[in-house]
Design a protein around this ligand. Structure first.
Ligand SMILES: [Zn+2]
Ligand SMILES: [Zn+2]
Length: 174
């Protein structure tokens, strides 16, 4: 069971619902959307004007219960101290993952909004971070969602399905 929770305002319920449906199909696992978003104020860094991903993950862990994985979907820009930004972060083999739609929206790049593209990018990013919670490391196949991505271009060349070896690992099929 995966629980999706909005982090910050402005994460549309429709976006969460669609992501939950896509994830349920891809991972063959039930996905549930939490009605109340989490206020990320505690993780805000005023100097960077960004939110500390690890701090938010820690908060998600404190509400995680047995057998449930939590995916936070943030509206704000995320960082970890060694990078200028992150699309998301996850606990390897842990219960929690976090993604941000901030840099997945076309308007961030000065382009006209494209909600369909944003949703597709969110799905790829969710599959990536949830793969980490299943213990997966980065994949060398650039078209696999588990490939490392530090730019939107690298994200866009990925498929919305795992490569076969990653899929087997996610499903626990050996
Ligand atoms: Zn990764
Ligand atoms: Zn792969």
């Amino acid at each position: 069971m995966i629980h999706l929770v909005g982090i910050g305002e402005n994460v549309e319920t429709m976006v969460l619902d669609e992501l939950a449906a896509s994830l349920a199909r891809a991972l063959r696992e039930s996905c549930h959307v939490h009605p109340d978003p989490i206020d990320p104020g505690f993780a805000y860094d005023p100097v960077r004007n960004q939110y500390h991903a690890t701090a938010i993950l820690r908060r998600l862990t404190s509400v995680a219960t047995d057998g449930i994985r939590i995916l936070g979907v943030a509206s704000m820009d995320l960082y970890v101290p060694i990078f200028t930004f992150v699309f998301g972060e996850a606990q390897v083999s842990g219960p929690c993952a976090l993604i941000s739609q901030f840099r997945l929206r076309q308007d961030y790049y000065g382009l006209p909004p494209d909600p369909k593209l944003t949703n597709e990018r969110l799905l790829k990013e969710a599959l990536h971070e949830l793969g980490h919670t299943r213990g997966l490391r980065h994949c060398q196949d650039w078209s696999c969602p588990m490939a490392a991505s530090t730019s939107i271009e690298r994200l866009d060349v990925k498929n919305t399905e795992y490569c076969l070896p990653c899929w087997r690992r996610v499903m626990g099929v050996t």
